[in-house]
Ligand binder design. Structure first.
Ligand SMILES: NC(=O)c1ccc[n+]([C@@H]2O[C@H](COP(=O)([O-])OP(=O)(O)OC[C@H]3O[C@@H](n4cnc5c(N)ncnc54)[C@H](O)[C@@H]3O)[C@@H](O)[C@H]2O)c1
Length: 271
């Protein structure tokens, strides 16, 4: 999709971080934006930033876990670009993590994508216009670290869904490209994901420690608007994988070579 001028882009997780970066940079490239999130105050800030670059913006309070709410929005908007970006993090040892943690992360990070695809892709195919779908995975979708098994499983799933989606769209001849964003550290609120969680969260010292480490790690990361620009350029050039640091290839190589030797890949902490 070379030309984003006057196209409509629907972005989830648009109230903060990378989602806001994507929304504003898409707008700067000429698109009108539908910004969706559970955070009303953050959505207002995103709307302001989109208007500042001179494009139209709709804000929608949407919990991506809500299949019906997603489907209702698909009767209201006809996006050319769909960015399924909303995501949350919870750390901890896999066997100690309560089912509630598994359900929360999987329902946002995996079912949030499934709900978005089921709501919007049939209409995008039917309209027959060139389009693009961006899915936000992570370097944690390419390399498994430690103390983050729930998140890692959700991001391996996100990457697999993007790859399968691209094949499925090709198989039906739809003129819709797919990109999967696999960021290294980006300076966002992901380390404080619990802020959007309604139910009381069981206190887990290990999980809290990992979330603090993640917060420090992200503070040293890229600016989300830089990452938003990488997404815009990938959409314009129909680029499938969007890494945010050049080191990504070495991480993949080390992991793949170990697997080819039938070994457990060595621990690699991405940057
Ligand atoms: N920041 C990083 O270093 C990094 C690295 C790799 C991947 N990612 C991924 O980037 C994506 C965006 O996260 P971010 O880093 O910008 O963090 P962020 O916390 O700043 O933004 C996430 C947004 O998702 C929203 N959200 C959470 N639950 C939601 C729900 N149920 N429905 C709708 N919206 C919901 C939040 O309100 C927030 O606005 C996530 O998928 C995350 O996993 C981030």
């Amino acid at each position: 999709m070379q030309d984003l001028k006057d196209k409509t882009a629907f972005v989830t997780g648009a109230a903060s971080g990378i989602g806001r970066g994507i929304a504003v940079r898409l707008a700067a490239a000429g698109a009108n934006v539908v910004a969706a999130d559970v955070d009303a105050a953050g959505l207002d800030e995103t709307a302001l930033a989109v208007r500042e670059v001179g494009r139209n913006v709709d804000v929608e309070l949407l919990d991506v876990r809500d299949e019906e709410a997603f489907a209702a929005l698909a009767t209201k908007f006809n996006p050319d670009v769909l960015c399924l970006n909303a995501g949350v993090f919870r750390g901890g040892l896999m066997w100690e993590s309560p089912v509630a943690d598994w359900e929360w992360v999987m329902s946002v990070n995996v079912f949030g994508i499934i709900n978005g695809l089921r709501a919007f892709v049939p209409g995008m195919i039917e309209r027959g216009r060139p389009g693009h779908i961006e899915i936000t995975a992570s370097m944690a979708g390419l390399v498994a670290t430690g103390m983050s098994g729930i998140y890692t499983a959700s991001k391996f799933a996100a990457l697999a869904m993007a790859e399968s989606l691209a094949r499925d769209l090709q198989s039906v001849g739809a003129p819709i490209g797919v990109s999967v964003l696999c960021p290294s550290a980006v300076n966002t609120g992901i380390g404080s994901s619990q802020r959007s969680r309604e139910e009381a969260v069981a206190d887990d010292a290990g999980a809290n420690a990992i979330e603090e480490i993640l917060t420090d790690f992200c503070a040293k990361g890229l600016d989300p608007s830089e990452v938003g620009q990488m997404v815009v350029e990938a959409i314009q050039h129909d680029q499938f994988l969007i890494p945010t640091r050049d080191t990504f290839a070495e991480f993949i190589r080390v992991r793949s070579e170990a697997l080819m030797r039938r070994e457990l890949p060595p621990f690699q902490m991405f940057d």
